[in-house]
Design a protein around this ligand. Structure first.
Ligand code: HSE
Length: 436
């Protein structure tokens, strides 16, 4: 049988990996897919670089629309990124009747509803395993492997750059800015790392997972997004003393009033496996009613790990493209007309526990006042740590861990504590998840 014909838009790091892994493992992949998979066309503005990678095995063009216009091409891989030209090209490819494989989490988290609807109208597949957690097959797991389950929550370390920074801050006791520079020098962080360190990249991925887990539309605009730029090394140290690690988590949780969708730094018990995921690695924990807790770990970025996910999608499409569209796996796991309109909850309605650090005057009655506010707010304390004041010092750090409470109640209590004259600086509040 003639190989399935693939057009690749963008041959940077992941595109090169995709080309090379397809070449290297082509026989095994053919035996699995039932047919060879051939990258027949590559579009890249840097045609010389593209030509160098593919040699004479594929036609290289500068204009992506030539790929989309070619009737021989069955599948278009979009590896351009962003929601500008990539969005137009994906929509045009769908309209041209091409199946699409993309690693573009930003595009799907923001414009997924429109893209999946267009794909459904044209009877084509849009596959996106590489968009979340790189080489970890988490989309496949959520969409197919866990299909029997009612998923309760997902908590993931889904941004390698920030996990690398947090690991280094903990290991070396260094401040955020210093470690960010180191990460950039080592090539872990982009020259403009904003999307990573501000939590946006993780929120794109969490948004996609929330849709698949709960059968809701992708709603990036409703996600709470908080990065790691304000984290201080001293909080990582205090957390450690209390038996916790601080991780940037992407959380999607089913609550009674709706769905929580949030990315923020989070204390996690050090004894949990996920707390020990270090460096640029990713991990996703899923709690579901039948299977219980499962954990998926691996490389969340990089040339061949991401190519591994892209090629898995190519194989899926090769196997399924002749199937009746109604018999394919739905893009978001649930049948498109079965999506739920359950609300994504505002942060004020999220229920979680907290780590608080207060810089306080070291004098009688201060602890009682602070704990009194918490008691009056019906917020239960789990642990208290008071740093011994240094020689001649008249102020100290007070660390409090609380049990679960609704965020609006914690906000009100924080405002009261902050206005105490014996609280000497801005209170640090970091959320905490036990993940049990
Ligand atoms: N920038 C991402 C990360 C990789 O640091 O994990 C691609 O999603």
């Amino acid at each position: 049988m003639k190989p399935i014909q693939v057009g690749l838009l963008g041959i940077g790091t992941v595109g090169r990996g995709t080309f090379e892994v397809l070449q290297r493992n082509k026989e095994e992949i053919r035996r699995r897919a039932g047919r060879s998979i051939q990258i027949a066309m590559v579009a890249d503005l840097d045609t010389a670089r593209a030509q160098q990678v593919v040699g004479d095995t594929a036609q290289v063009v500068a204009d992506a629309r030539q790929v989309i216009a070619n009737p021989e091409i069955d599948i278009v891989i979009e590896l351009i990124g962003g929601y500008g030209i990539a969005r137009q090209l994906v929509m045009e490819a769908i309209e041209a009747g091409k199946h699409v494989v993309t690693a573009n989490k930003a595009l799907l988290a923001v414009h997924g509803t429109e893209i999946f609807a267009a794909a459904r109208r044209r009877g084509v597949m849009v596959a996106f395993e590489a968009a979340v957690a790189g080489g970890i097959p988490i989309i496949k797991a959520l969409r197919e492997g866990l299909t029997a389950n009612r998923i309760q929550w997902i908590a993931g370390i889904i941004n390698g750059t920030t996990n690398f920074i947090l690991s280094e801050m903990r290991d070396k006791g260094l401040p955020f800015d210093t470690v960010l520079k180191e990460a950039q020098a080592l090539g872990y962080a982009e020259a403009d790392p904003t999307f990573d360190i501000e939590g946006v990249d993780a929120a794109h991925k969490a948004t996609i997972m929330s849709a698949i887990a709960f059968g809701i539309p992708v709603q990036f605009d409703k996600a709470h997004v908080e990065g790691i730029t304000k984290l201080e090394a001293q909080d990582i140290r205090y957390a450690e003393q209390l038996g916790y690690r601080i991780k940037l988590l992407g959380i999607a949780k089913r609550a009674s009033a709706g769905v929580e969708l949030r990315v923020h730094p989070c204390l996690v018990p050090a004894k949990r496996l996920i707390a020990n995921v270090e460096g640029a690695m990713n991990a996703v924990m899923v709690q579901a009613d039948a299977v219980g807790t499962t954990l998926y770990y691996g490389k969340g970025a990089g040339s061949e790990p991401t190519a591994s996910a892209v090629i898995a999608d190519l194989v899926d499409i090769t196997r399924l493209h002749t199937a009746d569209p109604l018999n394919r796996v739905p893009h978001l796991a649930f049948q498109p007309d079965e999506l739920s309109d359950v609300a994504v909850l505002p942060m004020a309605q999220v229920v979680t526990s907290y780590y608080l650090r207060l810089r306080v005057a070291d004098q009688a009655g201060v602890l009682a006042k602070v704990t009194g506010i918490l008691a009056d707010s019906d917020i239960s304390i789990d642990a208290v740590l008071q740093r011994e004041a240094g020689e001649g010092e008249n102020q100290t750090d007070l660390i409090i861990l609380t049990h679960d409470c609704v965020e609006s109640r914690m906000d009100a209590a924080l405002a009261q504590m902050q206005s105490l004259p014996t609280v000497l600086g801005p209170i640090t509040r970091i959320r905490k998840e036990e993940l049990n």
